[in-house]
Design a protein around this ligand. Structure first.
Ligand code: ATR
Length: 275
């Protein structure tokens, strides 16, 4: 059986093995998918050992997505744009790095949440690795405008500057602002900051919402609860990051195996498992 894994630190709570096991069963693919804890100073060594044992690919999670980017011999365009790699395929002639996070987010919003992004006002909160991985895919979905807000304005501006050519080509307005200057009444608000790790509510004021807004936190479980409660209390539809997790996994599965799994039953099963 072909071997895959999710590599991270920590990694013990990762849902990816369960998700990929369901994909494999559903598509009749013969593979095993493990959890691999890499020491903070031993990511590359962990990968080399895994590849020597015959591994075909891996997903990469915190804090190694930038190391994975650096180690890839070639990268897909979307990985290049995001500056991070969450999926590696260990081809014989070199490791190929991809980033499926942005496509996962957009597929979850459009397909699972039923929110086509075309023409909408989107607020992306945060300008770290999670936002960088998502912005390109959000632009490709064709909203009217995406505003990136961040505690540190420089980082929001740099992220927007790096995507300016794409925004122009696809006629999507891009702007950067501080958290305090976040625009009001957005259709979609995406929390890509790590503030939810502290169980905090929202890094932006509730005026960014309007009735019918969708407010998504990229986290799931207790970490996302503060933000989701804040969204619901202000009349928005809350959505956690579980759908994004399953959708990015499906994109990775496609990248490795050439087959796209059906995510709906898998999202349902994972949802039941965490509740
Ligand atoms: P990730 O890879 O998860 O995106 P990161 O690259 O460390 O992690 O980025 C964390 C994001 O959360 C950043 O946008 C960060 O803002 P700064 O760029 O100003 O650091 C944001 N963040 C973290 N703690 C925050 C807080 N207490 N309030 C507001 N934003 C915060």
């Amino acid at each position: 059986k072909d071997r895959y894994a999710v590599v991270g630190n920590p990694v013990e709570h990762s849902r990816s093995p369960a998700i990929h096991a369901m994909f494999a069963q559903q598509t009749g693919q013969s593979l095993v998918y493990e959890r691999l804890l890499a020491p903070l100073d031993g990511f590359e060594a962990t990968l080399r050992t895994f590849v020597a044992a015959g591994a075909k690919g891996c997903n990469i999670t915190v804090p190694f997505k930038f190391d994975a980017f650096a180690l890839a011999a070639t990268r897909t365009e979307r990985a290049q744009l995001g500056g991070a790699v969450n999926t590696l395929r260990f081809d014989a002639d070199g490791w190929v790095g991809d980033n499926t996070d942005g496509a996962g987010l957009v597929n979850d919003l459009q397909k699972n949440a039923g929110r086509p992004l075309a023409g909408l006002q989107v607020l992306l909160v945060g300008a770290g690795g999670a936002s960088a991985g998502a912005l390109g895919a959000l632009i490709h979905a064709g909203p009217a405008r995406i505003t990136v807000v961040n505690r540190t304005l420089d980082k929001a501006e740099a992220l927007v500057a790096g995507h300016a050519h794409l925004g122009q080509a696809l006629h999507v307005g891009l702007a950067a602002a501080t958290l305090a200057d976040a625009p009001a009444a957005q259709d979609i608000v995406i929390n890509a900051t790590s503030t939810s790790l502290a169980g905090a509510a929202s890094p932006v004021d509730a005026r960014v919402l309007k009735p019918g807004s969708l407010a998504l936190d990229m986290m799931y479980g207790p970490k996302a609860q503060g933000f989701l409660d804040w969204a619901a209390a202000h009349g928005a539809e809350p959505r956690d990051g579980l759908g994004m997790l399953v959708e990015q996994a499906a994109e990775a599965f496609l990248f490795w195996r050439g087959v796209r799994p059906d995510t709906a039953p898998v999202l349902k099963a994972v949802r039941q498992a965490i509740e």
